[in-house]
Design a protein around this ligand. Structure first.
Ligand SMILES: CC[C@@H]1C(=O)N(C)c2cnc(-c3ccc[nH]3)nc2N1C1CCCC1
Length: 311
């Protein structure tokens, strides 16, 4: 028969066996496909469900890496928070299961990887593209914050891009859910370049504003090509963050509007930063950013700018 695979193409099958409450046993099988890369302790592969042919991005966490309770807690918190979320611009959490050796987390496949890869290729983006991506991020953050979730690790590497160039916020490993209004978190966490000053101060806790700060760092990085406070060592980066010391390079021309937006977000005092609604009302989103002469091969997944008005 033609469909027989020659032995080298032996497909590796991952089976999920589940006994339903009524005693019925069902088995779901996945073909383990190409290696996608490493994410923390996890090795990531493309998985295809044998029944539905649906492809997923799967995180495989060896149980041996989950012996320390911190790694365990982080995984349980990531699953608990991520599986409860459903939004167009949040990575879809499909399913999780375990076998003898691993824990498997099946997530939405984002074939254009992350904004990190896009910036690596493009160096920096046009303001029209920045407008488009930021509108999608703000929409996802409005959803997260409305559900009392703070992501706390927003960065280019956690902004996934699907085949339609739509943004999906992922990796909820450092996310937290506020228990009550006014609840504040104290744990120090995040990625050095994107971490908010109040997390470094650690004096009176932090809240949703840390995600707004990271959004400001992301906008700067998409526009300029590297993060505003980046230096060769973490301590100096933290000092620059605390001193709010960053500049816009002269050789890169940026509109007054986008510089004003970034400066208003990168405010040391969290209470002085604009909230998500105010960000969308900023003039940057209402100016018709110059249509670049040569837009890259892919199209943008955004309507023209006039639809950003918050009517
Ligand atoms: C599964 C982990 C992580 C992830 O969280 N998602 C959603 C994801 C989606 N598509 C992809 C993907 C599709 C095609 C290439 N990568 N990758 C994702 N990753 C990468 C894998 C390696 C490091 C982070």
């Amino acid at each position: 028969p033609t469909d027989r695979k020659d032995p080298t193409e032996q497909e590796i099958l991952i089976e999920e066996k589940k006994t339903k409450p009524n005693g019925e046993v069902y088995v779901r099988k996945y073909i383990k496909g190409r290696f996608l890369g490493k994410g923390g302790f996890a090795k990531c592969y493309e998985f295809t469900c044998t029944e539905t042919k649906q492809p997923y991005a799967a995180k495989l966490l060896p149980k041996s890496s989950l012996t320390k309770s911190r790694a365990r807690q982080k995984l349980l918190s990531e699953i608990k928070i991520h599986r409860s979320l459903k939004h167009k611009h949040v990575v879809g959490f499909q399913h999780f299961f375990e076998d003898h050796d691993n824990v498997y987390i099946l997530l939405e496949l984002c074939t254009n990887q992350t904004l990190n890869e896009i910036i690596r290729r493009r160096k920096r983006l046009h303001e029209l593209e920045v407008q488009c991506y930021v509108v999608q991020m703000v929409s996802a953050l409005k959803y997260l914050h409305a559900h009392k979730v703070i992501h706390r690790d927003l960065k280019l590497g956690n902004l996934f891009v699907n085949d339609k160039m739509e943004i999906k916020i992922g990796d909820f490993g450092l996310a937290t859910k506020l228990e009550f209004e006014g609840d504040r978190k104290r744990t120090i966490c995040g990625t050095p370049n994107y971490i908010a000053p109040e997390i470094l101060e650690g004096k009176n806790g932090h809240s949703y504003e840390v995600d707004i700060w990271s959004l400001g760092v992301i906008i700067y990085t998409l526009l300029i090509g590297k993060p505003p406070f980046e230096t060769s060592d973490v301590k100096t980066t933290y000092k620059k963050i605390r001193l709010n010391s960053y500049t816009f390079p002269d050789n890169i021309k940026c509109s007054r509007e986008i510089k004003d937006l970034i400066s208003s977000i990168l405010h040391l005092d969290p209470a002085k930063r604009p909230n998500l609604t105010q960000i969308l009302e900023h003039e940057f989103f209402h100016m018709n950013a110059a249509i670049p002469k040569a837009l890259p091969a892919y199209t943008l997944a955004c309507p023209p700018s006039e639809s950003y008005t918050t009517k």
